[in-house]
Write a protein that binds this ligand. Structure first.
Ligand code: P6P
Length: 336
């Protein structure tokens, strides 16, 4: 325990390996870590304080906002807006681009985040998470970042990661040089390296999908799920695991192999492309999974090749072990 690498040591070491690094990126991630520690503290005692339940309003997604959503969103915005490293932010909870207040310096990075994904699970003590994506500004300015700076395809990300608030609080993060996991030791308040250079198995026997939507899926998606459950099909057998919290389902599959799917469905005409958001959920997890050797697709194309048109646009998400994603794409593209 005494010799374990802290996330700060890891960031500083990585920084020395990046020519021209000025430390602003390290500052960005460190501020995110402080926000995550604050969120972890509140999540882990949610049943004991007045922070579970609803905030009495809906967010841009038309979803009832929970007090912990608000707390988590505010924690990230307050920590990062004064850091001097961002020119703008975007949050799953906020309709428009979040500007940096005029009394703070402006930097060259952009942060896009889902402050507390899966928050509906808080009341029943199921793991939830924070997801984040880091971009570099494209507009040549020293002023506020714009929507143009934010609406970049996923392959332009310079880093991405998530925090999962579960039986322990774990940060999984990649800045282009491997995917690494750090576990929070609450007794010292430090994230310690626990999963170095994570790689997702090429195959997996776990599938994660909400089968309650079965009759709302396309015929191809139904055929694929039937195939997974068919004992006579040409595979080694699958098991179903669905937490209903994207970060928890993704994290399990990252470690053990498997596939998570949230396909398009006809259940809600407001969400014809499925429920999950491109910018603050699909892109950052796609960045992580590809750097870990996996794949992320909307069924017909690589998630990170999608050119964003709207800040909160939704996409079908198929993500996990490379070979499992390939099989789904073959069903969707009529090759199986
Ligand atoms: P459903 C949580 O609300 C979330 O955004 C993801 O974390 C999760 O994967 C998904 O929605 C669950 O959605 O429709 O299966 O309840």
């Amino acid at each position: 325990m005494l010799g374990r690498t802290t996330v700060t040591q890891h960031l500083l070491l990585t920084q020395t390996e990046v020519s021209g690094a000025t430390g602003t990126f390290t500052r960005l991630i460190n501020e995110l870590i402080v926000a995550a520690k604050l969120i972890s503290r509140e999540v882990n005692k949610a049943g004991l304080n007045d922070i579970i339940g609803y905030a009495g309003r809906e967010n841009v997604q038309g979803e009832a906002v929970r007090k912990l959503d608000d707390f988590s969103n505010d924690a990230i915005i307050r920590r990062l807006q004064s850091s001097g490293v961002l020119c703008a932010m975007a949050s799953e909870e906020v309709a428009d681009v979040i500007e940096i207040p005029r009394n703070y310096p402006v930097g060259d990075y952009l942060l896009i985040f889902d402050p507390l994904d899966g928050s509906s699970n808080i009341d029943v003590n199921v793991s939830v998470g924070t997801i984040f994506s880091v971009l570099h500004r494209t507009t040549d300015s020293c002023d506020q970042g714009t929507l143009e700076d934010i609406l970049q395809p996923g392959y332009k990300q310079v880093a991405a990661g998530y925090f999962v608030y579960g039986s322990s609080t774990i940060m999984v993060f990649c800045a282009g040089n491997g995917v690494h996991g750090f576990t929070l030791d609450p007794s010292i308040g430090e994230f310690l390296l626990s999963h170095e250079n994570m790689k997702i198995p090429e195959w997996g026997n776990t599938f994660s999908i909400n089968e309650g939507n079965y009759y709302y899926w396309s015929e191809d998606m139904r055929r694929y799920i039937d195939y997974l459950k068919d004992p006579k099909a040409d595979h080694r057998g699958y098991t179903s695991r669905y937490v209903g919290s994207l970060v928890a389902d993704f994290h399990r599959n990252l470690i053990h192999g498997g596939i998570f799917l949230y396909p398009a469905d006809t259940k809600d005409p407001r969400k014809p492309h499925g429920k999950l958001r491109l910018m603050c959920e699909a892109n950052p997890l796609a960045y992580i999974v590809e750097h870990a050797g996996g794949s992320a697709s909307d069924g017909t194309q690589r998630i990170m090749n999608i050119i964003p048109e709207e800040l909160h646009q939704r996409v079908p998400l198929i993500i996990g072990s490379k070979e499992e994603v390939r099989i789904v794409e073959e069903f969707i593209q009529g090759k199986r």
